[in-house]
Write a protein that binds this ligand. Structure first.
Ligand code: 1HN
Length: 374
């Protein structure tokens, strides 16, 4: 350690200071005045970078994985994780959220397990799969949102002859950061939960309260996940239509809610749907988000870079990045960690007065596999 640099205000002799720093070093103590990394940044500086994964790249690879790699005990799931290039090889979409494309081939079953991280699934393509969540077989169709709250047993069964593709979002990086990961395999008999007599029980059960709200939920923060596990696309679409007719905003947003509490669907993660029909205002938010394009073509400008997208594409907006969306008509599913920021009392949003200057186009070169800005 360079004593001259660290002792600008020090009053002791070099010998005394040297002994102090040696003592601190030996005691595994680090004085704050020698920490060069900026700890208190004026605004968030996420390590994750804005990024986009196209469905046209992911789907053929997923199909090859279906052909070549069986799903079963060990891997447990056939999942292609969105690995943000800013995160040093960790398999996370952004610092706090896992995002992935999961697929199952005809007649495949992904075995039952449970874990402390909670999950959501947003279905992209195919039919014939149901996810059994604590004994409730939730049938999955495109546009549906299915919840797998923390520590509920879950397995996926493809009973049909189609391949099926869906987006998985988990709070795994957050739970990992809290050193709170627990995981258990289904003890049997069999690898999956018994086939339930009843299907979609959570949706059939009468649950009072609205299933959607405008962006964002203002209800009480709730540690309870939603007991409703399925939010069907036709209901979501009807809600978007209804709210869209009442406003001429280029962006219609609804947040899926826990009908019993009015809070986010899971304690750690919020799910929303953006209907883009024009050019939305640029906004920043504290907290990270993963976007999944459900329908339509368009583009998002993230911190000045333009990301063009089509159905099935997935992209990320790291904390405090400015984002605006442009489309004639498109539906974007959005997963965020905002409930945690709200619980901590540190949620923030800022609407920018002007659209951003576009300084580059995000382009992932298929040959080198490198993302580049053109
Ligand atoms: C998991 O359990 C699933 O159940 C998907 O489908 C993705 C990623 C990390 C850890 C557990 C699933 C997962 C996961």
């Amino acid at each position: 350690m360079n004593i001259a640099e660290t002792s600008a205000f020090a009053v002791g002799s070099d010998g005394e200071l040297g002994a102090l720093y040696e003592g601190l070093e030996a005691a595994e103590l680090q004085p704050l005045w020698t920490i060069t990394e900026e700890l208190l940044t004026p605004t968030p500086r996420p390590a994750a970078v804005p990024w986009l994964w196209t469905f046209s790249t992911m789907k053929p690879l997923a199909r090859e994985a279906i052909r070549l790699v069986p799903v079963g005990r060990g891997g447990e799931r056939r999942v292609l994780a969105l690995r943000n290039p800013g995160l040093g090889g960790r398999p996370y979409a952004v610092g706090t959220l896992w995002g992935a494309l999961q697929c199952l081939g005809p007649r495949e079953v992904a075995p039952a397990h449970r874990h402390t991280p909670g999950a959501v699934r947003f279905v992209l393509e195919g039919e014939g799969v149901w996810t059994t969540v604590d004994g409730d077989a939730c049938v999955m169709r495109p546009g549906d949102l299915i919840l797998t709250p923390s520590m509920q047993w879950h397995d996926h069964t493809n009973s049909g002859d189609q391949e099926m593709f869906w987006f998985d979002g988990l709070d795994l990086p957050m739970v990992q950061a809290m050193d709170g990961v627990f995981f258990e395999r289904w003890p049997g008999p069999g690898e999956s939960q018994p086939r339930p007599a009843e299907r979609n029980a959570s949706a059939a059960r009468r649950v009072e309260g609205p299933r959607y709200t405008d962006d964002a939920v203002t209800g009480p923060l709730s540690p309870q996940p939603s007991q409703l596990l399925i939010y069907r696309w036709p209901e979501t679409a009807a809600e978007l239509e209804r709210r869209g007719r009442k406003s001429d905003d280029p962006l219609v947003t609804i947040e899926y809610t826990n009908p019993r509490t009015g809070s986010s669907v899971l304690p750690t993660m919020a799910c929303a749907l953006h209907r883009v029909r024009g050019h939305s205002q640029a906004v920043r938010r504290a907290g990270n988000a993963v976007y999944v394009v459900f329908s339509g073509q368009g583009a998002s400008v993230i911190d000045g870079q333009r990301f063009s997208w089509r159905p099935g594409d997935m992209f990320v907006v790291p904390s405090w990045s400015a984002v605006e969306h442009i489309a004639t008509q498109a539906d974007l599913f959005v997963l965020s960690d905002e409930p945690v920021l709200r619980a901590l009392g540190i949620a923030r949003r800022q609407v920018l007065p002007e659209p951003q200057q576009v300084t580059g186009e995000f382009h992932r070169s298929p040959r080198s596999g490198e993302g580049e800005i053109r």
